[in-house]
Ligand binder design. Structure first.
Ligand code: ZN
Length: 378
């Protein structure tokens, strides 16, 4: 009996244990399911709000200290939606690539994610040919990745057979109210003066549609710039490319930093973007107007990284710190090789090293806040 009893006890005990085990199993399974479900839900939410390409920063130049926060690219040339425009552009020495399977919206979005670039002012080249296709592509971009690009319309000033009429630019703006936030980069490749009627008509449009005017003046445009920013004091101007310029031909350096400083000091509506002078557009005469392949660019740019970083810091640190609300960080990526993962990462690393050398209180402003503020705190 005792044995039975004990067996009995034993039986109960085993049943209990099985019961408990079942309970535990059920509870365990429930917990697992809850955890898995929560994980999936979190994953879905994450994918909705974040870039699918996780950010990583693995510097190759050992140029500490690096700024590791968020970046805004205030100067980004986007590929064209029209293959024929790209073909002609390459032929005339402004090698704008076309969007394709390789250089796709998805690819650019992923590149941004990896590099920690949240947003960009993106320039859509506008010629007299198929403007509606460029607009369509810009809209597609916005639908797929809302907010990634702040759209700027870039009417070319290359020649009469290519440049869009002012009426075309107006039509694009009128048909897409509020979609474009800027005009530019306005750069007169065709020798126009900046106070040329065509340019002034564009600025009139910018005033009417409340657009930022992004302009690349040349040395000989300085007087016109001074006049325009006063004449259009209610328009926001974003300049670049005239701070410290190597003149073509004679190779003289034009140091316009004092001129720029005065322009900024005297005009509240003037902002300036710096892209760093890393020579990823080429460095030899034969490179002019060419998209220099990555294989050539990468080793040379690396070899010049420290030299330019030191120079850029000496040239611009003081000025940015003196006017911390007026300078924006850009890249000026345009040619196809500039979007190559390795080269683009190096361009971004350069930015991070440069920003890392600025006073901590101005780093975030220059890196992204000023560009955001210019859009009216979106
Ligand atoms: Zn540019």
């Amino acid at each position: 009996m005792k044995v039975l009893c004990s067996q009995g006890v034993g039986v109960y005990s085993i049943r209990d244990r099985i019961y408990n085990l079942k309970m535990n199993k059920t509870a365990f399974t429930s917990i697992v399911l809850v955890v898995v479900f929560a994980g999936v839900a979190a994953g879905v939410l994450y994918k909705k709000s974040a870039n699918e390409c996780p950010r990583f920063f693995s510097p190759v130049m050992a140029a500490e200290p690096y700024y590791e926060g968020e970046l805004f690219d205030a100067h980004l040339h986007l590929p064209t939606a029209v293959k024929a425009v790209s073909t002609v552009a390459i032929r005339i020495g402004i090698p704008v690539p076309a969007w394709d399977d390789e250089l796709s919206l998805e690819y650019l979005h992923c590149l941004f994610g990896e590099e920690g670039v949240s947003r960009a002012y993106g320039f859509h080249v506008l010629t007299r040919y198929f403007p509606s296709l460029e607009v369509k592509k810009a809209k597609e971009m916005d639908k797929k990745y809302p907010g990634m690009i702040t759209h700027f319309l870039m009417p070319t000033m290359i020649g009469p057979n290519i440049n869009p009429d002012v009426s075309t630019v107006r039509k694009v703006l009128a048909e897409n109210p509020g979609f474009f936030r800027g005009l530019g980069e306005l750069k007169t490749y065709d020798g126009k003066k900046l106070d040329d009627p065509y340019v002034l008509s564009l600025i009139d449009l910018a005033r009417e549609y409340k657009l930022i005017v992004m302009m690349h003046p040349f040395n000989e445009h300085k007087a016109a710039v001074e006049k325009i920013v006063r004449q259009y004091h209610d328009v926001t101007f974003l300049f670049h490319g005239i701070d410290y310029v190597k003149e073509e031909g004679e190779g003289d350096i034009r140091d316009n930093r004092d001129w720029l400083k005065n322009l900024i000091a005297n005009n509240d509506n003037v902002y300036y973007s710096l892209e760093g002078r890393l020579p990823f557009y080429g460095w030899l005469r034969e490179h002019k107007g060419e998209a220099v392949p990555k294989e050539k660019l990468l080793p040379y740019v690396k070899s010049q990284f420290d030299i330019y970083l030191k120079e850029d810091t000496e040239l611009f640190k003081k000025m940015i710190e003196a006017y911390p609300d007026r300078f924006l960080r850009g890249t000026d990526r345009m040619h196809r090789p500039h979007f190559d993962r390795e080269l683009s990462a190096l361009i971004v690393e350069y930015s991070r090293a440069f920003i890392g050398r600025l006073a901590p209180s101005v780093q975030e402003k220059y890196a992204h806040e000023n560009a955001e503020k210019l859009l009216g705190k979106e």
